[in-house]
Design a protein around this ligand. Structure first.
Ligand SMILES: CC(=O)SCCNC(=O)CCNC(=O)[C@H](O)C(C)(C)COP(=O)(O)OP(=O)(O)OC[C@H]1O[C@@H](n2cnc3c(N)ncnc32)[C@H](O)[C@@H]1OP(=O)(O)O
Ligand SMILES: CC(=O)C(=O)O
Length: 539
């Protein structure tokens, strides 16, 4: 018989506690709709009353199939739940479900709240009873539960019991400081169930401070907890929360969960996982994590020659699942670890047909290895690799030549008298016998300098004559610089990631002792790749 496991997402609340993350209300709406598509059961939208964004979000929250939940804390001592203004703001959001965090560790009751243990129990009871009396589904987040249990298990469980007896639907065991290991989470969860808190009322909320949040969550599920809390891409306070991007496919696809637990997530929805994960990164203006399980850009990248050779015979040789199941894709990158199998697969993927015995194959392989020795890295620069291969195969189209470029950096006062630096770039290109000169500065909308690479990009993209339409939907999404080698041998590698409105993302690489020169090479390659991908006819 299968048991129901409920998924509770807290990206919009705990995820917003990530350093550097600040969602707007509109972004929260977009994320809530993505979570709903995915099939989570609860969406914790934030803390109404705590800040204007969260209040605005609840005022305009979208209709969702998932239960929208407001978050807050148990009432303060010395006032009734009805008269606690923080709790009132949470209730006023009007959600059918409300989650309140409360203390369960005597140390925190005494130190952080400065009240007696009995007062805290009463605050929990009265707050939950107030939610239930007003017809809300009540959840109790038992803060620092595992630390509290280690200190005084009877008191920690008494806090859970106070919430359960007052009518809480869910009691959520929180590893707030994230220091508990999976074995201990499993052991304590079992003990809590044995103490009379039923597993189908028990949730788990883990932080990733030891890198074990997902494992701890699974340990609690193994022990009988039937609600898991987590966030998209593992966002959350400090090191983050248990990542639902990892947990959801694990629960749907892996034994024993797939056959013993029912969750509200279909296989179709799971195929949207990578897209949703990447969209969140875009909202946060972050490059997607390479190593993230399932949705990472390297999750199905097969770099080593031996792996690639076997993958081509049967992907199951080096993949634990089919990448398409989570909407991700297989990548066979080129690098100095590659053999001919990587090369042929990579070329085929790029739509470049080459006969098995074409002598260009070993020339390309040698060239890749030689250039990697000189500082290039092609495993993260697929587009540059394709250009290199096309050139070596004699199939590279000729779009334009760069005659010269120049960048100057000037430190000067702006109109307001503030000292700013301004970069100016001049680029001269030859297109179909015509010479074109473009000049651009790098001043952003707020008057600040965006740097010499930005000035170069603007100058290059300003007027490419017959190619202007093709590159007009192109923009740069990431820029990474790495110094390779040391001392006088040091050189700079620049990786540029570009995207267009058709949803393509591509990476190029440039190498030079001079950072601007390396950047320029990567920029020019990004444009050339776009022209090829869009099948633009050379002028
Ligand atoms: C483990 C977690 O992640 S829980 C989620 C935590 N999230 C947040 O804190 C983000 C949103 N928080 C906020 O915007 C603010 O902290 C507010 C609006 C909630 C409260 O702001 P303030 O009234 O200025 O209080 P402040 O933040 O300084 O301190 C928290 C107060 O809540 C009390 N408190 C903390 N936890 C609880 C609790 N579970 N029950 C009752 N009171 C609590 C503290 O003792 C402290 O009270 P004090 O001011 O009398 O010392
Ligand atoms: C409630 C919560 O976020 C925590 O205890 O970590």
């Amino acid at each position: 018989m299968t048991e129901r496991l409920y998924i509770y997402d807290t990206t919009l609340r705990d995820g917003q506690q990530t350093q550097g993350v600040q969602f707007s209300a509109a972004e929260k709406v977009e994320i809530a709709l993505m979570l709903d598509q995915l099939g989570v059961d609860y969406i914790e939208g934030g803390w109404p009353g705590a800040n204007p964004t969260d209040s605005e979000f609840f005022a305009t929250a979208p209709a969702t199939r998932a239960t929208m939940t407001a978050f807050g804390m148990t009432k303060r001592s010395g006032r009734s739940a009805e008269n606690d203004e923080v709790l009132a703001a949470v209730m006023n959001a009007g959600t059918s479900s409300v989650c309140l965090v409360g203390k369960t560790h005597p140390f925190h009751v005494r130190e952080a709240l400065g009240i007696t243990l009995d007062e805290n129990l009463e605050n929990i009871r009265a707050s939950i009873a107030h939610l239930v009396a007003s017809g809300r589904e009540a959840l109790f987040d038992a803060e620092h539960f595992f630390d509290g249990y280690a200190d005084d298990s009877a008191y920690a469980v008494a806090c859970l019991r106070a919430a359960l007896d007052a009518g809480a639907r869910w009691i959520v065991l929180c590893d707030t400081n994230g220091g508990t290991l999976p074995g201990r989470v499993g052991q304590v969860t079992r003990a809590v169930i044995a103490a009379g808190i039923p597993g189908d009322h028990l949730g788990i909320h883990c932080h990733d401070d030891t890198g074990n949040a997902v494992a701890c969550t699974l340990a609690a599920v193994d022990a009988g907890a039937r609600q898991i809390q987590g966030t998209l891409n593992g966002l959350g306070e400090r090191c983050g929360n248990a990542s639902l991007t990892t947990l959801l496919p694990t629960l749907v696809l892996k034994k024993p969960y797939a056959s013993t637990l029912e969750i509200g997530l279909t296989r179709d929805a799971l195929a949207g996982l990578t897209r949703i994960s990447r969209r969140l990164d875009e909202i946060l203006n972050r490059a997607p994590s390479r190593a993230a399980p399932y949705a990472g850009t390297s999750a199905f990248a097969h770099k080593a020659g031996l792996h690639a050779s076997a993958i081509l015979k049967n992907p199951a040789t080096y993949e634990h699942i089919d990448p398409g199941v989570v909407g991700n894709e297989r990548i066979i990158p080129m690098s100095n670890q590659a053999g001919q199998s990587n090369l042929r697969a990579r070329l085929a993927e790029a739509g470049i047909a080459v006969e098995r015995d074409d002598p260009a194959l070993s020339r390309i392989l040698d060239l890749v290895k030689m250039r990697e020795e000189a500082g290039y890295a092609y495993d993260g620069a697929q587009a540059s690799f394709e250009l290199l291969a096309l050139t070596e195969l004699g199939r590279m189209q000729h779009f334009f030549d760069v005659d010269r470029y120049r960048v100057t950096i000037e430190r000067r006062k702006n109109a307001a008298g503030r000292r700013i630096s301004v970069s100016e770039a001049v680029v001269v290109v030859q297109i179909g016998g015509q010479r074109m000169l473009s000049v651009s500065e790098s001043i952003g909308p707020d008057g600040d300098d965006l740097g010499p690479v930005n000035a170069l990009w603007r100058a290059l993209a300003k007027d490419l004559g017959p190619y202007q339409t093709a590159i007009s939907d192109m923009h740069l999404t990431d820029f990474r610089v790495r110094i390779t080698g040391a001392g006088v041998e040091a050189t700079t590698r620049v990786n540029i990631e570009s995207a267009d409105h058709q949803g393509h993302r591509w990476s190029t690489v440039g190498v030079s002792p001079n950072i601007v020169d390396a950047s320029f090479e990567a920029l020019v390659e990004a444009i050339r790749w776009k022209l090829i991908r869009d099948k633009v006819t050379p002028a």
